[in-house]
Design a binder for this molecule. Structure first.
Ligand code: ADP
Ligand code: MG
Length: 763
């Protein structure tokens, strides 16, 4: 199975997505397909032995679309993410060219439309004696000018609509262009026949009524609307563009003892890279020499430059300030954090939010339904109208209504409502260091009413230090610490780091450990000089069944400190206490979550007293301590069964099952070791105040989508009956196709502008 994402050329409307999807689905070997009008991409899963991208593209070419298939050359490079960057830039360039092309059409079309409006307005005003009636000669002149202008508009500017009409006749496939095509062609043909056979027809119909102006103005407005839409659509996607610009093009590496500048594509693992003041970091790595402050705001959203010294990790796309240092490349090409971020943002922007399903369904039945309504309208006018208004007038109104219905029914705005808001929302998140995996996650997040947080690393900094040693044995303190640290050296728990760092600082020698084993949620065990030792929490000691009065550690845990107790099978030898600092932002973030009506629960494997103390410092409602990793999952299920929508924020490493069980899993990433794929949302530089921002962003985006859908729907719901002339018998209302064209154009533009508004809002 091949899974690929292609750009699609020639998409003009949301119903195009449906046509392409349906065409692909019918092809043998195609497993699944998802076409997105917002990003103009098609995600196709197909069996390579049965079909290929070129064959797929061919199938849609006759409908006016094509897939952009990377050439062999590009494919070779695309193992390297950078090629995709370049590819993306190209597509943007193409899009800009397309927009420029549309612009030149608009520049020609709008004066013609204004001129037609002027003539039309004059005619109307003259009827009411507000302006003088044009002399016959001038009228005659315009009479001949309008058909020429309309011909130009229909065949040159309106070519896409004409093609849409043609494809409808040829293949029976209708998209929104088809609607416009049929409408404008009908107005044009009718007028043309009237002009050509004026004398023959004059006894039967009013030959004064021609609709060249309708053709001219509708096409002009729709072209203008599409131009404005395309222009703003590019703006909705500029977050990717900004990320791409963070990527350095070259790197200064040391090869054979010489400094040389190479393309970033050629940087290999282990290369030593020199970073001069003000330079962009080209790939991810670890500093080997020197130190500096690095501005990481572009990937983490943190405004302050961070000090980096030997051994610290740095990531591509960040900016060195004024120091000089060298670093060893550990992640290159598509492995770098920046490349992963770009890939994730791109994929998320192209994914479909569940809320879009409704809009998709409606737009897929809209076009055929509209065609039926339009013909029914025409028929009804001729049938009912003729008896009351006479044939000539009924035909005239019928035609106007027919064109009006076709023009106003275009569900373009409907197709843009969701994707544009998602594109802007996901992009805005990325700028803040909030990485959203897909649109569905963003949608779900706004419903979250319970947030579960881990203590270590989420509420606290996650770098505890050893603050107390209580020796209950005849060993020297250093010997006690040596045993502890030797065992902990094999563990990756933050407590272990605290103990090992302490031993290193004190230059305490470590021993050889064998038969090491972690004991989940409790601690660890191992052999030193054939004595079996255990290190862990009170639970572990209880399991061992050795006598230990836990009240000895109570005074410490009451201050939020966590014990690591050292014991043999027979007795407790002593314990150390480690303490972690609460993150500066935690308290405010919890308060903000409460303000959003969200309940916050702390789930931790840590000691209950210590956890409760920490929770009370930051104002957390509910603490569940001493939980084993698998119990975290159970607790989440329990909350979900109470009807709660649960988000779980964890370090993403040992919390993976819980993150997966939660409705929204949120990984708090720090440094380079971010497991972006593992969670629905990754908060870079992870403090929990970003979670508040993420929830606000989700609410903002969903509100935007709902507004968009409302405006798109209401407009069609009101517009169609109005254009059909349903209200004519009662109020005398009839919507001119000219206004229908204008309104249609404006609706798309307003939906895209509404989505763009999200960009400017404060989180
Ligand atoms: P958490 O990530 O919430 O700390 P864990 O399941 O990783 O949950 O650990 C649960 C508890 O087990 C810790 O709070 C600690 O008391 C004990 N523990 C785990 N690993 C170690 C270790 N290496 N040394 C000492 N205690 C440990
Ligand atoms: Mg943990």
């Amino acid at each position: 199975m091949n899974h690929a994402n292609y750009r699609v050329k020639g998409m003009h409307c949301a119903s195009c997505a449906g046509i392409i999807e349906n065409t692909f689905k019918k092809i043998d070997g195609v497993q699944s397909v998802e076409v997105n009008y917002g990003t103009e991409t098609a995600k196709v899963e197909f069996d390579e032995s049965k079909t290929n991208p070129h064959a797929l593209s061919e199938k849609i070419e006759k409908f006016g679309y094509s897939l952009v298939i990377p050439t062999a050359n590009e494919m070779g490079m695309s193992a390297d993410e950078h090629a995709i960057h370049i590819g993306l830039n190209q597509s943007r360039k193409e899009k800009l060219e397309e927009v420029a092309g549309m612009r030149s059409k608009v520049i020609l079309a709008i004066p013609l439309a204004i001129f037609s409006v002027f003539i039309m307005g004059w005619d109307i005003l003259a009827q009411y004696n507000t302006v003088f009636i044009m002399s016959d000669m001038i009228k005659e002149f315009f009479h001949h000018l309008l058909p020429i202008m309309a011909t130009y508009m229909l065949f040159i500017v309106g070519k896409p609509y004409l093609l849409g009409f043609y494809r409808f006749l040829r293949y029976g496939k209708a998209n929104m262009d088809t609607l416009i095509g049929i409408g404008t062609v009908a107005a044009y043909l009718y007028s043309f026949v009237v002009t050509a056979f004026e004398d023959v027809l004059s006894p039967f119909i009013n030959v004064e009524n021609t609709y060249y102006d309708v053709t001219i103005i509708v096409i002009a407005f729709i072209t203008l609307g599409k131009y404005l839409e395309a222009r703003s659509k590019i703006k909705t996607g500029d977050a990717i563009e900004k990320l791409l610009n963070l990527q350095a093009k070259t790197a200064l590496v040391i090869r054979n003892g010489k400094e040389i500048e190479i393309s970033v594509n050629n940087v290999a693992h282990g290369d030593i890279i020199i970073i001069k003041p003000g330079a962009k970091i080209p790939v991810d790595g670890i500093i080997t020499e020197g130190s500096s402050f690095v501005d990481e705001s572009m990937v983490s959203g943190e405004p302050m430059p961070v000090q980096k010294k030997v051994g610290d990790s740095i990531v591509s796309g960040t900016l060195n300030t004024n120091g000089t240092f060298t670093f060893k490349a550990t992640k290159v090409g598509s492995e770098t954090l920046l490349a992963q971020i770009i890939k994730m943002v791109e994929e998320a922007q192209g994914s479909k939010a569940p809320i879009q399903a409704l809009a998709d369904k409606i737009s897929s039945i809209f076009v055929p339904t509209t065609l039926v309504i339009a013909f029914l309208t025409l028929g009804a006018w001729l049938l009912i109208g003729t008896s009351t208004l006479g044939f000539s007038q009924a035909l005239s109104f019928g035609l106007v209504s027919f064109v009006g219905v076709l023009v106003i029914a275009c569900p373009c705005a409907l197709g843009l409502a969701t994707p544009t808001a998602i594109i802007v929302g996901v992009g805005k998140g990325a700028k803040e260091g909030i990485l959203i995996k897909d649109a569905a996650t963003l949608e779900k997040l706004h419903k979250v009413d319970t947030v579960i947080v881990d203590k270590t690393g989420t509420i606290t900094i996650g770098k505890p230090t050893l603050v107390d040693i209580q020796n209950l044995s005849n060993l020297k303190n250093d010997e006690l610490v040596s045993i502890l640290a030797s065992l902990e050296k094999k563990s990756e728990h933050p407590i272990a780091n605290a103990i090992v760092s302490y031993a290193q600082e004190k230059n305490i020698l470590l021993n050889q450990v064998s038969s090491f084993e972690g004991i989940q949620g409790k601690g660890l065990k191992g052999l030193i000089d054939s004595v079996e030792y255990f290190v862990g929490n009170t639970k572990l000691i209880k399991d061992l069944g050795v006598t230990f009065n836990t009240s000895e550690i109570d005074q410490f845990t009451a201050q939020g400190k966590t014990p690591a107790i050292l014991a043999t099978k027979d007795k407790v030898l002593g314990f150390v206490m480690v303490a972690d600092e609460i993150k500066a932002e935690s308290k405010q973030a919890i308060e903000d979550l409460h303000k959003l009506g969200i309940k916050v629960v702390m789930l931790t494997g840590d000691d209950e007293k210590a956890a409760k103390y920490m929770a009370s410092l930051v104002g957390i409602d509910d603490v569940v301590a001493h939980v084993l990793p698998q119990d975290k999952l159970v607790k989440i299920k329990e909350l979900q069964s109470q009807g709660r929508v649960v988000a779980m924020a964890g370090d993403g490493v040992n919390d993976a099952p819980a993150l997966a069980q939660a409705d929204v899993g949120i990984a708090m990433g720090t440094g380079t070791d971010v497991a972006i794929e593992s969670a629905g949302i990754t908060l870079l530089g992870g403090d929990i105040s970003k979670l508040v921002k993420a929830i606000k962003l989700s609410k903002m985006t969903m509100r935007g989508i709902k507004q968009n859908l409302f405006w798109a729907f209401i407009y069609n719901i009101v517009g169609i009956p109005l254009a059909a002339g349903v209200f004519y018998p009662i109020f005398g209302w009839l919507l001119s196709p000219v206004f229908a064209g204008f309104a249609m154009a404006m609706s798309s533009v307003s939906v895209v502008s509404n989505s763009l508004r999200i960009k400017a809002k404060k989180l």
